[in-house]
Design a protein around this ligand. Structure first.
Ligand SMILES: [Zn+2]
Length: 100
């Protein structure tokens, strides 16, 4: 799998802080480039799009968005992204002794 290129989304863009467009990359506002949670979130969308292709991803994304009553959080693509964006944050190292 190719890793995404990180590109700048203009600050004046009104709709999102970031958007992923496979195979071009992740577009993110410059003020959000250090937001690890957002980058993990967009990387999940990158993986989703590598598996489905961008056209199929956005077609299904639109389908689920409508089917879920235009709810962002009910969309299965967003649910999956939310689960994975939090996975690293909730990861705990049980003990440092595991590594020696
Ligand atoms: Zn998302």
């Amino acid at each position: 799998m190719r890793y995404p290129k990180i590109k700048t989304l203009p600050s004046w863009y009104p709709m999102f802080d970031a958007i992923t467009v496979y195979p071009i990359g992740i577009f993110i506002k410059s003020e959000c480039r250090d937001d690890g949670r957002l980058l993990r979130h967009e990387n999940v969308h990158w993986v989703q799009q590598t598996q489905l292709g961008a056209v199929r991803f956005y077609s299904l994304y639109l389908y689920h968005w409508i089917r879920c009553g235009f709810s962002y959080s009910a969309n299965p693509f967003e649910k999956e992204a939310a689960e994975w964006e939090n996975a690293i944050s909730s990861m705990r190292i049980s003990t440092w002794r595991n590594y020696i």
